[in-house]
Design a protein around this ligand. Structure first.
Ligand code: C5P
Length: 450
């Protein structure tokens, strides 16, 4: 009998294994859904993580060891990663490891006076472009479903407007449990994205659904969330930056535009599925991925570049701060210093936006208005005078927002209405403005969209 006993145990284990595989098969849709999203995301969308702020929540699961690779891969894709760990997560991986890989102090506690002094938890919630909880334990998923906020990570999830994705990781019975399935269904109905889980062999020796997706899959699925498709197939021309109007061979007239808003719009339009041509004045910014960039210096150059690239465009966004005036004469030699004051005679530059809008046909034309006073009235006058489809007005000349700042707020107006976009990083603001442009474009072109 003692010799037979191990064999019986082995046979029982094999039967158990086949039974669990069979049960996994019944729950295939969950795993399949994950792999379908993954194959769609295999179109190398990872570039849309460039400059994205990802808040990575790590909860208590053995899969937490994979978080280290996830942090590295997200950072390699250009994202800034802020790790937040629950107490249970720290039993599997140390904050120090994730801090070293992310280059940012890991946050762990809700009532942490030091962390609150540098970046409060509400500020962290606002900071994120996306929250990814990977691994998400059964307990944490239950907390999210119940809307609890008794630890830092759950409080951040509750306080943030950013999209939220969870990558479940747990024992297959815990995943299959009705309670977990009900929690997951409740999260999905509230728009929480589910990354996985995968099915297969588990750390506990069982086989079934509940394995966390691989870090590479989570990175691709995160990137795909920024690919909204709102401007899929559209051709968009954007002007950005300042112009430089020569006075003599070494001097010019210009302004303090950094080009950040126009470049952020180009990146957001590409992520929304558009084919983007960016015509930029002199700026110190890298070209966003998948954008065709044409560099110019003066208003005259910008007009010529716009006109020769206008054919086939469907949307024009004039975010450039084009100089309104240029010297009447450009001196061929450096102007010498003379006693007393000097005078410069100026003439107006061509108004590029007005020229396009005057003959726009079906083109959807968006202008910007930089104002120091009477923001809305001045912007509405410009919208009408230049026959625009939309104008985005921002206050300039103050410490916050406007030119050469990383943040801005916009008052967006169109002929029949308007909306306000609050102060936020220019990348986020650009995504919100692109969404509005897509909506107004579709409203103007109902047939193009059907
Ligand atoms: O009239 P104002 O200069 O305030 O209009 C601003 C808008 O017009 C912006 O969209 C800017 O890009 C565009 N503009 C232009 N050409 C100019 C002056 C402004 O396209 N010469």
């Amino acid at each position: 009998m003692p010799d037979v006993y191990p064999t019986i145990v082995q046979v029982i284990n094999v039967i158990k294994c086949y039974l669990t595989r069979f049960i996994c098969g019944l729950f295939r849709p969950v795993a399949l859904k994950a792999s379908r999203v993954n194959s769609k995301s295999e179109r190398s969308w990872v570039s849309s993580l460039t400059n994205k702020r990802i808040l990575l929540g790590v909860t208590g699961s053995i899969a937490a060891y994979k978080s280290a690779e996830l942090v590295r891969r997200l950072s390699d894709a250009g994202a800034t990663v802020q790790v937040v760990m629950t107490d249970a997560a720290q039993a599997f991986v140390t904050p120090f490891t994730l801090q070293t890989l992310s280059g940012r102090a890991v946050h762990t506690a809700l009532m942490d006076a030091e962390a609150e002094a540098t970046m409060g938890h509400i500020e962290q919630a606002r900071w994120a472009d996306l929250i990814v909880v990977a691994p998400a334990s059964a307990n944490f998923i239950a907390k999210l479903a119940a809307g609890r906020s008794d630890d830092l990570l759950s409080a951040l999830c509750l306080a943030s407007q950013a999209p939220l994705a969870v990558a479940p990781a747990m024992n297959q019975q815990m995943w299959l449990n009705e309670a977990t399935q009900a929690n997951v269904a409740s999260l999905a109905s509230r728009g929480v994205k589910l990354f996985g889980p995968a099915a297969g062999e588990q750390a506990c020796g069982e086989v079934g659904p509940g394995r966390m997706l691989e870090p590479a899959q989570i990175v691709e699925m995160s990137a795909a969330l920024f690919e909204t498709g709102q401007l899929a197939g559209r051709r968009v021309l954007i002007t950005a930056g300042p112009t430089q109007e020569d006075i003599d061979p070494v001097r010019y007239l210009s302004n303090r535009s950094s080009g950040k808003m126009g470049f952020a719009l180009a990146a957001a339009a590409v992520e929304a599925g558009a084919q983007v041509t960016l015509i930029s004045g002199p700026v110190a910014l890298p070209t966003p991925e998948r954008v065709t960039r044409i560099d110019v210096r003066s208003a005259e150059d910008m007009l010529a570049a716009v006109q020769s690239n206008l054919d086939g465009q469907e949307i024009v966004i004039a975010a450039a701060a084009v100089a309104d005036y240029r010297p009447l004469q450009v001196a061929t030699q450096k102007i010498k210093k003379q006693a007393g004051s000097a005078q410069l005679s100026l003439e107006q530059t061509p108004d590029i936006l007005e020229a396009i809008a005057a003959d726009k046909g079906g083109l959807f034309v968006v202008g910007f208005a930089a104002e120091t006073e009477h923001l809305e009235e001045n912007a509405r006058l410009k919208l009408e005078k230049k026959s625009l489809d939309m104008i985005a007005a921002n206050r300039v000349g103050s410490a916050q927002g406007g030119f050469d700042n990383d943040e801005n707020a916009l008052k967006v107006l169109w002929p029949t209405g308007g909306a306000a976009l609050p102060m936020q990083p220019k990348e986020k603001l650009a995504r919100a403005l692109i969404e509005m442009i897509a909506e107004r474009f579709d409203a103007k072109n109902p047939t193009k969209n059907s």
